[in-house]
Design a protein around this ligand. Structure first.
Ligand code: BTN
Length: 265
């Protein structure tokens, strides 16, 4: 069944988010549309929701599939001049934590694979794409794009993804209502946006962080880096004790993160 815009209209805004609402039966990418609206001066809290995306985008230039009537695809426009370039990783944390808590409220156990892949039972159920525009070091706007595989048939097949994917109904074993889930995610987003840059946000994000204390491999422009994943830096970046002993903080240069379960060197 398609998402019902009138039901969304009735339940939004929550905590100041979701108005104005732009709903599309089908669109290229909600993030692209959000950026266009932002350039035209749309306010904080503007929400774009689509039942289907035909050119959905993922992190690192990958594509993201949103088949009709199966998934959630939304983009939230945020304007917060207080966010500094070094603190923008935390917007990823806001997105991941909001989805994580909405899933936890349904009984799921969630792991966040840094920065913001949301996994249940070791499989990816949601991804977040944060895009920002700056005026010098002032945040002009940020777009938090969230994609959630909800109904069966929403997750891409294993041969096209880096992290094995599934959908929420499969892992939770019951039917879900996408509108209710969207409203829950947005409510959590409103709360976490107020906690941007705080210890509280960092602690909640870190508590769900996967591979903490484990050896991992990280792809970077300089090649593969191996070490122990220590946790998050105060800005929400990844802290590693790289083989050899140095502690390093890594951000957007991280290409691929995976655990070295076999402990190989
Ligand atoms: C990732 O895991 O690579 C991030 C995926 C982000 C997908 C969402 S769906 C809504 C929004 N619009 C897009 O084109 N992408 C994001």
């Amino acid at each position: 069944m398609m998402l019902k815009p009138e039901e969304l209209e009735r339940r939004l805004p929550v905590v100041g988010l979701g108005r104005p609402l732009y709903f599309f039966t089908s669109i290229g990418s909600t993030n692209d549309y959000a950026k266009e609206l932002a350039e035209q001066g749309a306010p904080h809290g503007t929400l774009i929701v689509a039942d289907e995306q035909t050119a959905g985008r993922g992190r690192a230039g990958k594509s993201w599939s949103t088949p009709a009537s199966t998934a959630l695809a939304l983009s939230l426009l945020v304007r917060n001049e207080g966010v500094k370039p070094e603190g923008v990783a935390s917007l990823n944390g806001v997105g991941a934590l909001s989805v994580a808590q909405a899933i936890e409220a349904l009984g799921g156990q969630v792991g966040i694979k840094w920065p913001n892949d949301v996994l249940v039972q070791g499989k990816k159920v949601a991804g977040i794409l944060v895009e920002t525009a700056w005026e010098q070091d002032r945040l002009a706007y940020g777009v938090i794009g969230i994609g959630v595989n909800v109904h069966r048939g929403s997750a891409p097949p294993a041969d096209v993804v880096e992290v094995p994917a599934t959908d929420l109904e499969t892992v939770l074993g019951r039917r879900l209502n996408r509108t209710a889930l969207l409203v829950d995610i947005l409510r959590a987003t409103g709360r976490w946006l107020e906690d941007l840059g705080t210890e509280k946000l960092l602690a909640a994000w870190q508590a769900r962080l996967m591979y903490r204390g484990q050896r991992v491999s990280v792809g970077s422009p300089e090649g593969e880096i191996r070490g122990e994943l220590l946790g998050l830096s105060p800005e929400g970046k990844l802290r590693l004790r790289i083989d050899g002993g140095d502690v390093r903080t890594m951000g957007t240069e991280v290409r691929r993160l995976r655990a070295l379960e076999d402990g190989s060197k």
